[in-house]
Design a protein around this ligand. Structure first.
Ligand SMILES: [Zn+2]
Length: 159
């Protein structure tokens, strides 16, 4: 048996989608919501997978330091990188793939969570990024098939 808990963290960030061809290739931002789903096989003496306060401080700590009030851009997007570096001060976070909600969820799940949850005995199995109230993308680790990405849009409106 495994038990799962979830902590929601809100942050705001700017991005643009490289070579999107639509309005998302312009600089813009979102009030993002990140849902971190964390699973453990064991409970501590109190009965917890892990302390919610601890989970919050680890997830929020990383987001505050790296993505909150930053611009997320693809590391090959030289034009955006050059423009953002001209602004002083500015916060820039280079992504190894286009900074879509899907890829942001994937980055948190694959790159960030293993580091911040090290030594907690718990593992992140799903990260959901809400880009609006109506739409999210999620990355989840399936024990048999590996990484699975999916998305949800209440009315299929564009982003
Ligand atoms: Zn956007």
């Amino acid at each position: 048996m495994s038990l799962t808990i979830m902590r929601r963290i809100k942050f705001c960030a700017g991005h643009r989608l490289f070579k999107h061809g639509g309005k998302c290739e312009h600089f813009h931002g979102h009030n993002y919501v990140a849902d971190f789903f964390v699973t453990g096989d064991t409970q501590d003496t109190v009965g917890r997978v892990m302390d919610f306060a601890d989970l919050k401080s680890k997830c929020k700590g990383w987001l505050d330091e790296n993505w909150d009030h930053s611009f997320l851009v693809l590391d090959q997007d030289d034009n955006a990188i050059e423009a953002l570096r001209m602004v002083k001060p500015s916060r820039l976070f280079l992504m190894p793939y286009n900074p879509t909600a899907e890829n942001m969820a994937r980055y948190l799940l694959e790159e960030v969570c293993p580091k911040i949850l090290e030594d907690t005995g718990a593992t992140a199995t799903r990260v959901r990024i809400w880009e609006t109230d109506e739409s999210y993308a999620e990355a989840c680790i399936d024990e048999r098939t590996g990484l699975v990405m999916s998305s949800y849009d209440a009315d299929s409106s564009d982003r």
